[in-house]
Design a protein around this ligand. Sequence first.
Ligand code: ATP
Length: 362
Amino acid sequence: MITLRNVSKTYHLRGSRTRLPFASRRDTPPRTIEALRNVDLHVPQGSIHGVIGLSGAGKSTLIRCVNLLERPSCGSVVVDGQEMTDLTAAQLNQARHRIGMIFQHFNLLTTRNVFDNVALPLELMGLKRAAIRKRVLPLLELTGLSDKARQYPAQLSGGQKQRVAIARALASEPRVLLCDEATSALDPQTTGSILTLLRDINQTLGLTILLITHEMEVVKSICHRVSLISDGELVEEADVGDFFTAPRTRLGREFLNDFLQLEPPKALVERLEEIPGERTHPVVRLAFSGDAVSTPLISRLARECGVDVSILQAKVESIQERTLGLMIAELLGSPEQTRRAIDYLESHDLHVEVLGHVQRND
Ligand SMILES: Nc1ncnc2c1ncn2[C@@H]1O[C@H](COP(=O)(O)OP(=O)(O)OP(=O)(O)O)[C@@H](O)[C@H]1O
């Protein structure tokens, strides 16, 4: 439904030279910022795809390139089979009816009530008042705003404002919804209700959703797939369950550890050595899902490999329909025994990451 191929975006900072003395302008190259570099992304129809990254990584630029609010410097943007970069201004206007967008700060018109905010895109499309009513009323129902139709944005909570924005984005019956940090201004409970609404819309209307966020909670709650953006490049892409089990990049692991708060104790981290020695034992991070969650693997590990397991931290997370177990543990035994223990865990589909090795105290 959305395909970006080799998309780059460079901003040229105009005016950065005009403040310089005239004689030096010629010798000072214009400053440029490469906000996106060679981005490839495919979001299939009906899926929810999250792009997560730190501030300044290029998330907003990326999502704005999809509906050409930002025109890419090069590359191809195909939405619903249409190459967006080839369209004339009038064609682009038409194409944007098929691409709804919501924003962090809602962008509602303060002088219009809820009904009229939702009606706005339909008025711009030239629909008659009766046809507009026919579209708007079910949308107010869908977003839980039927009793707020005559209220103005100033009379609404943040969550209600975002519901209005969602209803407005859906008014032109888009095939795609772009969400630009849609829950970042909301408290956790309201965030939850907006995410539930987005998931319902995705399921009932089959709407394809591309969202950008810096919150792992958003990715965990509703996304099917996730991409990680860093310095304008997509550095990792995975199914959400796989990403939470075993992120492949250092940045991915940092996001996950921050979110799960699952780190070995600080005193232990200070003693961690990279290279194993004769008298060290490994500290491991284990991630397991599916059958492994309910299997007594740790006691079997002790029985079958002869190692003791000292659990430092453990957690069970629900990632949509999947249960994910996470643990940080020391494997206590000889180098041969702990090697066998890691092989045993991997053969039972656990993801094992050796965080380092600590000297034995005995
Ligand atoms: N209109 C612009 N002109 C010049 N530089 C820009 C413009 N918009 C964004 N940038 C720069 O491009 C880079 C990526 O910005 P972008 O807003 O896409 O990041 P982001 O990941 O959305 O950040 P945040 O989460 O803080 O909003 C940054 O270095 C930013 O300063």
